[in-house]
Design a protein around this ligand. Structure first.
Ligand code: LIP
Length: 268
C-alpha cells in the first residue's frame, strides 16, 4: 500500500471519528474513568472503534495500536504496517468543551513513518503528510518558523499526567518559561506539533507522553522542514519528546538536559 493510500484512509478515519465526537459532544461528561489529571471518556472508546472499523475494512491484515485499543494492542513489523491511533487527543480539553482537541492517526512500517493525519473538528483543520510529500493544512503547504534564538521563541509544552511537584516537569517548564519569549500549554500534543509544523510555535517538548500522541504529527513537523526527536524513554511506553523548527533544537535540548543534570546532582 502506498503512503498516499495510507494517508487517504487515515484522513477518512480521522474525519469520521472526529466528526462523530463533535456530533456527540453533549455526551462529553460520560466518563469510564476519572483520574486526578486525566479522564477516560466513553466517546474515546467509541471513536477508536470507528477508526479501527475503517482501517480493518480498507487495510485488512494491518496492525493497530490505539490509546483506547478495543481489542488487544497489536504490533507491526517490517512488512506489516502499524496504524497508531489517538481517537481524541486533548481529551481533558474536549471534556470541558475547549476546542483544542483532535483525532490523530499515524502509519508506520517498521521504524519508518509513512503517513500522518491530524483532524481538529472544532476548527475544521486537517493536517496531513506522507513520507514523500509535503506537510499540508487543509491543502495549504506548511513550513516551520525561521526563529533562530530561544529568547525569540514560543515553545509549546505540557505537564505529565502523573503530575508530581517533586518531578522535573515543573522545573523544565520554569526553565523554558524564563528563557523563551513565551511557553504555552494548550493540552493536545498532536496539535502542539502541528503548530510547530505551521510555524506558529517554534518548539514543543513534553515528557510522559505516548507514541499515539505524536506518531502522526511528528511526521508532519518533519515534512514541514522541522525536526522531531524522541529524547528519552521513561519506561511503560512513556516518552520524552522534542520537536522544533530545527534552528533552536539543540538549544532547547540543552535547557532540558541542564535541568535534568541539576536534578540528578541535587539528589546525588
Ligand atoms: C494528552 C496530550 C496532552 C498531554 C497529556 C496527554 P490524551 O493526550 O495530548 O498534551 O499533556 O498528558 O498525553 O490523553 O488527551 O490523548
Amino acid at each position: 500500500m502506498t503512503p498516499q493510500v495510507c494517508l487517504e484512509i487515515a484522513v477518512t478515519a480521522a474525519r469520521a471519528a472526529g466528526g462523530y465526537a463533535r456530533a456527540q459532544r453533549h455526551r462529553r461528561g460520560e466518563a469510564n474513568q476519572r483520574l486526578a489529571h486525566d479522564v477516560k471518556l466513553a466517546l474515546d472508546v467509541e471513536c477508536q472503534g470507528i477508526v479501527e472499523a475503517i482501517i480493518r475494512e480498507r487495510a485488512p491484515g494491518h496492525a493497530i495500536l490505539g490509546e483506547e485499543s478495543v481489542g488487544a494492542a497489536e504490533s507491526g513489523d517490517d512488512r506489516t504496517p502499524l496504524w497508531i491511533v489517538d481517537p481524541i487527543d486533548g481529551t481533558v480539553n474536549f471534556s470541558h468543551g475547549l476546542p483544542f482537541w483532535c483525532c490523530s492517526i499515524g502509519v508506520r512500517l517498521g521504524a519508518r513513518s509513512l503517513a500522518g493525519a491530524v483532524y481538529a473538528p472544532d476548527t475544521d483543520e486537517l493536517y496531513t503528510a506522507t513520507c514523500d510529500g509535503p506537510a499540508l493544512c487543509n491543502g495549504a503547504p506548511l513550513h516551520v518558523s525561521s526563529v533562530a534564538a530561544v529568547r525569540d521563541s514560543l515553545i509549546m509544552t505540557g505537564l505529565d499526567k502523573q503530575l508530581d511537584p517533586r518531578l522535573p516537569p515543573f522545573e523544565i517548564f520554569r526553565a523554558i518559561s524564563v528563557r523563551a519569549q513565551k511557553a504555552r500549554i494548550i493540552g493536545s500534543a498532536a496539535l502542539d506539533l502541528c503548530h510547530v509544523a505551521a510555524g506558529r510555535a517554534d518548539a514543543y517538548f513534553e515528557q510522559g507522553i505516548y507514541i499515539w500522541d505524536i506518531a502522526a504529527a511528528a511526521l508532519i513537523v518533519e515534512r514541514a522542514g522541522g525536526r522531531a526527536e524522541q529524547i528519552g524513554d521513561m519506561g511503560h511506553g512513556r516518552l520524552r519528546f522534542l520537536a522544533s523548527n530545527g534552528s533552536i533544537h539543540e538549544a532547547v535540548k540543552d535547557i532540558i538536559a541542564r535541568v535534568q543534570q541539576d536534578k540528578t546532582q541535587a539528589e546525588g
